[in-house]
Design a protein around this ligand. Sequence first.
Ligand code: CA
Length: 511
Amino acid sequence: MCNNKKDRPLFVKINNLDNVAIAVKPKGVEKGSTISENIKTIEFIPQSHKVALKDFKSGDEIIRYGAVIGYAKEDIPKGSWVSEDRVILPKAPALSELPIGTRVPKSLPPLDGYTFLGYRNSDGTVGTKNMLGIVTCVQCVEGVLNIAVEKIRNELLPKYPNVDGVMPINHNYGCGVAIDAPEAVVPIRILKNLALHPNFGGELLVVSLGCEKLPPERLLPEVGEENIIVFQDEPGFKPMVDRIVQKADEILKRLNKRKREVCPASDLVVGLQCGGSDAFSGVTANPAVGYAADLLVRAGATVMFSEVTEVRDGIHLLTPRAINEQVGEKLKKEMAWYDHYLELGGVGRDANTTPGNKKGGLVNIVEKSLGSIAKSGSSVISHVLSPGEKVKPDQKGLIFAATPASDFVCGTCQLASGITLQVFTTGRGTTYGLEMAPVIKVSSRTDLSEKWKDLIDIDAGKIVSSDATIEEVGMEIFKLILEVASGKKKVWTDYYGIYNAICLFNPAPVT
Ligand code: CA
């Protein structure tokens, strides 16, 4: 809005109903700047923060994305900075009153002819990497396993050029936990599904200590004894390392024979996430990713969006998009579960926004949610998964996969659900990356992508800083997904090997 695009606008407004707009310039907007014919800024507005486009009386609705993001805590004159301390948080939408399937989007025309080069597995899934994964039953074994993995990396991998890497699935679970607590199903399910990830090619190698609460037969009943290494059965450290290296060598021989083949785009399982969000995330990066999500759905692929605490305040916009009553009810159930989980911890949903979000102009969780949901595009919601639940081969289209919003926990849960690639939007910037599947990083601001040239894969900020449209950047993301999934292009995190740890979500007690 306000100025024409060529002059680089001072502020952007998203929806005609909005009564606030976002400051665009990296250094903010000075006091006395003209916004429109009858509005001037009456104080400095930092980048990504909001300016009042009208005189607010105390209690007035503050509208962004065409929706109420809060209420004026005091009178706010036109042209002022609508800062966090001037906004009251609205109540979360009541789960009991949500409309289900009332606005089911019409399916968009199918998109044919798009393919990628993937590793097809015998169970029908298709991988985007060819990795050796070694799963652990308990944290106790990590030290020895890491030494063995280093040896595999240095001595074995050079012999197997078709294998992309080896990774230990280390975690802090397995013992000293209430293994039979009702919620223990969550971390156990996540760990099991990580071991069965499509990028591991159906190969299983399990490392156990021997006395843990989560023994191999409980974690992975399907694994043969010959692929389980139990440390307490080994005569010392060196034999433990030798056993792991020898088993790895056998598996690597098989993995090395795998070849990429042409697969339809419908074989992709793409996860969407955001982290270090700012007020631009919902203007540039998330809507562009939403457009790419629609393209993927049209191409028959599976797309997951997640982060319960970031959709909770926009849930009234999602349940109408549920394909049927059952999917709508499951969405509500996942929200209710999380409400209860937060309550047990003595916190509310406002525990979500971070200091970085606030610096980035997001006054509260409602504003963050409305921007976050833009990632889901406009398709019908066809399925809902509980945290770490594995997607079934026939579950295509847009899926809500319930996870915490924490980047590394969400990333781990989505991997367990079966994503083979993730698209991650950021405004403040994060160095986040996953080893198991590539992560395409999309920045919400051009100045971030210029500052972090060797970390950001796509600049969506150009939707505001130049003439690029949401559709153009969305198509750019879609095409990059196909190239990265094919192994033709490396994302920065894979290029440098920047990887976060596996972080299981454990809502059950630790003993
Ligand atoms: Ca996140």
